[in-house]
Design a protein around this ligand. Sequence first.
Ligand code: L34
Length: 284
Amino acid sequence: MVAKIIDGHAVARQVREECRAQVQALATRGVVPGLAVIMVGDNAASKVYVANKTKACAEVGLKSTVYSFDAETPGSVVEAEILRLNADPTVHGILVQLPLPAHFDARRVLGAISSDKDVDGFHLYNVGALVQGETVFPPCTPYGVQKMLEHEGIPVEGQNVVVVGASNIVGKPMALMLMQKDATVCICHAKTRDLAQFTILADILVVAAGRPNLIVPQMVRTGAVVIDVGINRLPDGRLVGDVDFEGVRQKASYITPVPGGVGPMTVTMLVYNTVQAAQRHSPL
Ligand code: L34
């Protein structure tokens, strides 16, 4: 079996088309969805990701503004900026690009974002809503994965899902979202003993561990759906996921590439959530 490659750019394009129609409807009422992106420090990957986000916003007709602070900025200064943005009616979504420099209390900074502008879904209120199955703003990366599965018509109900990686940004919310759709979910992480024993059970394998070649063909069931959320830059400059793509492709039924898989969906679901925020803020 050779897997079908799920083209993240193609799925993203379709979701953005939907967003554009909603943006046009909002425009007739004089509303332009606004996104504020806060970036602290000089992380090279963050710069690329944020640039992709602002480009996607422009493409769909949102107004995005990036607020950059240097790494030494006190947390209180960033928090004050967030409070100002919370009160700005032209800003519908606020996100703080992670990771923050080490001296920041990330929980505190994220907690400053008004939960109705928290388009990343990282505020405790939104995390709690996700646990209860009443998502307000589902976090963009797992939301993007869910959209890809839906787009390909891949059923989730009753399926064995194994999530490798238990981060707050990807693994945990991904597990909750798929559990809500009645999958049987298992979360593995860096301390899991004999990872292969779990991954081999997966009908849908979602990998977000940040380790190149962590998943090799022997660990994958024939016909499994393999979603690679990892992004690793190799010393030679190549960008790869966590999955041995060429090997696993021969065994899976679907696979996502890196780049061009989940990454473009993360960016697009941020646009989607921001449009939702603007709609909720400006009801008909
Ligand atoms: N607050 N921090 C916050 N929200 C997020 O949703 C993120 N994430 C993760 C890191 N920190 C965050 C992102 O934005 C990861 N992430 C992200 C965003 C965009 C891309 C990948 C990850 C992306 O555009 N990936 C491209 C390749 C980019 C490249 O050339 O490096 C791709 O095709 O996969």
